[in-house]
Write a protein that binds this ligand. Structure first.
Ligand code: UD1
Length: 417
């Protein structure tokens, strides 16, 4: 186990460069299974989820190299094999092998995907969609086996715009016979990135990024290249930190259009941001005002930034209402913020945060990836020293987080616990 030791209240100045999006790359790597060709993915972040996916690709027979943020995957010897629990339990995105191996080989076998324990996280929309496409899906002891003689293009309506199901159906539909339409698709930018890659491989997808995606099935895909889009959640986390501790802190390598829900909320709270084409400059703001934040699907305020944002709200004057609408268990970091001195009353998926409160360094535990990000923000603004235990969660999604912050003036150590 690892922990962070954070000496708080350090001013940050300089530049933090944002890496490729975790939630894109974790779909792009399994997407390569749709071809026996060679694929090159640029701007790949050095995070533990990527290391795990590389191991999974090697297990399936791929030759993989990863150097200077470029991942090359040669699938000449790719084989369809059952994905065992020791792989699938490590990350949620392992479910993308259902769509990609299923789409290519018409057969896939995988144990129930892992990931952060932030709610029940069922995959019924994925499974119902696969069935509509002609797959027979059998579940036994937590392992799903799907097989089809023929994958059929269909109209598929989602009750809920699920990110994972949207990507999974794109993966399983690109080699289908006929046209697939996903209606009420998720619109997150990562979906556009995956569609771009699939189209580079020879797929015919239109509408990705809108609520209706149309996929004309093709016979075969070939090797291709793609660049991972900037990680809007990593960027957002550093922008939040900069608004509390920055002195002209530059967050570079971003797509500011993907961050509008955050930047507009921060501006409402009184943060001054200088928005450039691909960077944002942010300084510590005084007299922050309470605001209300409700997470929802894109282009709404992202659930993955809700937890770091709740740490920001402890510094705003007045009563902020924070509401999570996607997951049931996204507020498990709140008791730790309270231990550190925050004034928060929470019930189920809502929290009233009364500020500003001077936070104090304490021993706290990251219960999931973004809870870790929230406690990182809290520890950095607290007086004294904060120890954050279980930070493996944080390292799954934030590349070189300690170096990036220390290079700008933070005092953080990552040590074995
Ligand atoms: C993805 C992201 C995650 C982000 C989330 C919402 C990845 C690897 N993870 O997760 O970081 O927080 O989008 O932006 O990209 N649901 C069902 N049935 C399903 C699918 C989803 O009920 O078949 C419900 C679940 O309760 C879940 C919610 O929808 O809580 C969100 O799911 P979804 O949008 O699919 O998110 P993930 O793909 O799990």
């Amino acid at each position: 186990m690892k922990k962070l030791i954070i000496k708080g209240s350090k001013e940050l100045t300089g530049e933090i460069h944002i890496g490729g999006a975790k939630n894109s790359v974790v779909a792009l790597i399994p997407a390569t299974c749709l071809t026996k060709g060679k694929c090159v993915i640029h701007n790949v972040p050095n995070i533990s989820d990527v290391a795990m996916l590389i191991q999974m690709m090697e297990y399936l027979g791929s030759k993989v190299t990863y150097e200077n943020e470029v991942l090359t995957i040669d699938n000449k010897d790719l084989k369809e094999k059952p994905i065992p629990t020791e792989f699938s339990s490590c990350l949620r995105a392992s479910y993308y092998f259902m769509g990609s191996l299923g789409g290519h080989f018409k057969h896939a076998e995988i144990s129930f995907p892992g990931g952060c324990t932030i709610g029940a996280r069922p995959i019924d929309i994925h499974l119902d969609s696969f069935k509509k496409q002609g797959f027979k899906v059998v579940e036994k002891d937590g392992t799903y086996t799907m097989s089809a003689l023929k994958i059929k293009g269909k109209d598929i309506f989602f009750d809920f715009p699920s990110v994972g199901a949207t990507i999974n159906v794109m993966l399983s539909a690109v080699l289908a016979e006929g046209t697939t339409r996903i209606i009420n698709a998720a619109r997150e930018p990562e979906i556009g990135n995956v569609a771009e890659f699939l189209n580079n491989m020879g797929a015919m997808i239109t509408g990705a990024g809108s609520a209706e995606i149309v996929i004309e099935g093709v016979k075969e895909l070939h090797g291709a290249e793609v660049t991972v889009i900037p990680d809007r959640i990593e960027a957002g986390t550093y922008i939040i930190i900069g608004s509390l501790l920055g002195r002209n802190l530059k967050i570079s390598g971003i797509n500011k259009d993907h961050l509008i829900s955050l930047t507009s909320k921060l501006t409402d709270a009184g943060v001054k941001l200088k928005l450039n084409k691909d960077s944002i400059v942010v300084s510590k703001s005084k007299n922050l005002k309470a605001i209300n934040v409700k997470t929802t699907f894109y282009p709404g305020f992202p659930t993955d930034l809700g937890q770091p944002m709740s740490a920001f709200l402890t510094q705003c004057k007045g009563e902020s209402l924070f509401e999570e609408t996607i997951y049931e268990n996204r507020l498990r970091h709140i008791p730790y913020l309270t231990t550190m001195g925050a004034n928060i009353q929470s019930l189920e998926k809502k929290a009233v945060i009364i500020g500003p409160s001077q936070l104090r360094g304490r021993k706290v535990k990251a219960t999931d990836l973004r809870a870790g990000a929230s406690l990182l923000v809290a520890g950095m603004i607290a007086n004294g020293t904060t120890e954050v235990f279980n930070v493996e969660h944080l390292l799954r999604g934030y590349e070189n987080v300690v170096d990036k912050l220390n290079d700008c003036g933070a005092d953080i150590k990552l040590i074995d616990d």
